[in-house]
Design a protein around this ligand. Structure first.
Ligand code: ADP
Ligand code: GLC
Length: 480
């Protein structure tokens, strides 16, 4: 099949979260399965500076209609692997910036223009290349206009650019809501602005349009596919999602085992596997050392790597600070994001520098060392569409402590509830829930044979993308 992917992030070129990992792995998996895969990505500064994209050649010059003006842009192209081509949509005004969506303090004010331009540029590139895609697969609000833009462009030019469109929701909490008046930039007809179109409480909602106007809708775990049809998790779009229930499916992400495998991970001081787990201890020692914690410490080490956002349950961690200050354990957190969390976590580390260590930055190598060197990994999320770190944790013999939401339910089995099958500990998404998980973790840690059995089961699980890739392939074929 000819498959087009359009997304606002792509590992290893540009990443703020799991979206980049998911799209990067999916594209490569489909290419490995023999499909012809093109990925469209904004030509952010970070991508153009990336060494593997340095050779990207300018292929096309674009003139994009944006309301009553035409804006120019470039398409640069490179191929990071067999069957795989990356198209960078470049326009300095929009993408030559430090951040992807904002400057760290708040979102860029022209994000609607940036991503309307991006989506229109994808359509125009497909038209100029004159190649018909079997499937155009879009991800999250930034590309949610694409399905409807494609259909209108096809009508206008009398040609077929995509046989089918698929839209994947990675996180329904981010919807791309903008003032109604910005819609004229799309040059789409006003009759799309009604209640059964983009309109959302007097504004426009990009994600809503993606859900309504694509042929198939997917999300990143079976559990989340059910959750987003409820008021508790649907973030106001539960009714809209429910109208697509027949075309909606939850396909679990995989993990990229070329990047996340303790037996081959070059970022670790020692490699290890289920059959030969000894190297994990050296990783633990190095992790403690690098955080100025006593490397001979014998108690439980809890690790956490995440965006500092409410979603990730940091409030529950902070509510349990007495646990981390009093119990025989250490806490190591890596992340960045909202200032209130950075400050509160800093205060916690300052209160007990010999027990708690917080690092605030994006640090890919450190995220690997935390996965390898910790005994337990914390993911007490309020909601979690899929989540990747709980899968990395299991692969690395680190026992995940997760709340019972979204993809965490689909990927972690509680070891107390199912002693023969458990690979982690799970609890309700509350501060008390997390405390229960932490207390059970210490009991598990004290019971070495049981702890090792849970580790072993996790390490032997198959989270590879091969499985997930086949599920997408099947979905694409079914839709065709
Ligand atoms: P989300 O996409 O909601 O942030 P996921 O669990 O799907 O959550 O993916 C998060 C990804 O981002 C993981 O690969 C995680 O290791 C990575 N990550 C998050 N924060 C950092 C950080 N500060 N440094 C390095 N990697 C990070
Ligand atoms: C989103 C979700 C996360 C998911 C990722 C990749 O960022 O928050 O749970 O794993 O997308 O699909």
């Amino acid at each position: 099949m000819k498959i087009v992917q359009a997304a606002s992030e792509l590992f290893p070129f540009v990443k703020t979260g799991g979206l980049a990992d998911a799209v990067g792995s999916l594209a490569r998996t489909l290419a490995d399965q023999g499909h012809e895969v093109s990925v469209f990505l904004p030509g952010y500064r970070a991508v153009l500076e990336h060494r593997d994209a340095a050779g990207a050649a300018r292929r096309l010059r674009l003139k994009i209609e944006m309301g009553d003006v035409f804006l120019t842009g470039d398409v640069r192209v490179f191929s990071p692997g067999k069957n795989l081509t990356v198209y960078l949509i470049c326009r300095e005004e929009f993408f030559d910036r430090r951040g992807l969506y904002g400057n760290g303090e708040r979102d860029f004010e022209d994000n609607h223009h940036r991503f309307i331009f991006f989506s229109k540029a994808v359509v125009e590139t497909l038209r100029l290349l004159d190649s018909q895609a079997d499937v155009v697969h879009c991800h999250d609000w930034q590309t949610a206009l694409l399905p409807v833009l494609l259909r209108y462009a096809e009508r206008r030019h009398g040609l077929t650019l995509a046989l089918k469109t698929v839209f994947t929701i990675h996180n329904i909490a981010f919807q791309g809501i903008f003032p109604m008046r910005s819609f004229y930039r799309t040059n789409l007809p006003d009759d799309l602005l009604g209640i059964d179109g983009f309109e959302y409480y007097g504004q426009i909602n990009m994600l809503k349009g993606g859900i309504l106007f694509s042929d198939r809708v997917t999300t990143v775990s079976p559990r989340y596919a059910k959750e987003i049809q409820t008021a508790e998790f649907g973030c106001g779009l539960e009714g809209v999602v429910a109208t697509r229930a027949e075309d909606l499916v939850g396909l679990l992400n995989g993990i990229d085992t070329a990047v996340w495998n303790p037996a081959t991970d070059a970022l670790l001081p020692a490699k290890y596997s289920a059959a030969n787990p000894a190297g994990k201890l050296a990783c633990r020692t190095e992790l403690l050392k690098q955080h100025s914690l006593d490397p001979r410490f014998k108690g439980a080490v809890f690790g956490m790597v995440c965006r500092f956002a409410e979603q990730k349950g940091l409030d529950f961690v902070l509510a349990n600070k007495n646990f981390f200050l009093a119990e025989n354990c250490r806490l190591i957190v890596l992340g960045s994001g909202e200032r209130r969390y950075e400050e509160a976590l800093n205060d916690l580390a300052a209160a007990a520098p010999d027990r708690v260590s917080i690092s605030m930055r994006l640090d890919e190598p450190m995220s690997h060392l935390i996965e390898a060197g910790s005994d337990f990994f914390l993911m007490p999320s309020l909601f979690e569409p899929c989540g990747l770190n709980q899968m990395y944790s299991q692969a690395y013999g680190t026992i995940p402590l997760v709340s019972r939401v979204g993809g965490l339910v689909d990927t972690v089995t509680d070891a107390d509830e199912q002693p023969e099958a458990g690979t982690g500990l799970s609890f309700p998404p509350t501060a008390e829930g997390l405390l229960d998980g932490l207390e059970r973790a210490l009991k598990l840690f004290a019971d070495k044979p049981r702890f090792a059995a849970v580790q072993q089961r996790g390490m032997k699980k198959d989270f590879s993308w091969a499985k997930a890739g086949l599920a997408y392939e099947q979905l694409f074929r079914d839709s065709l």
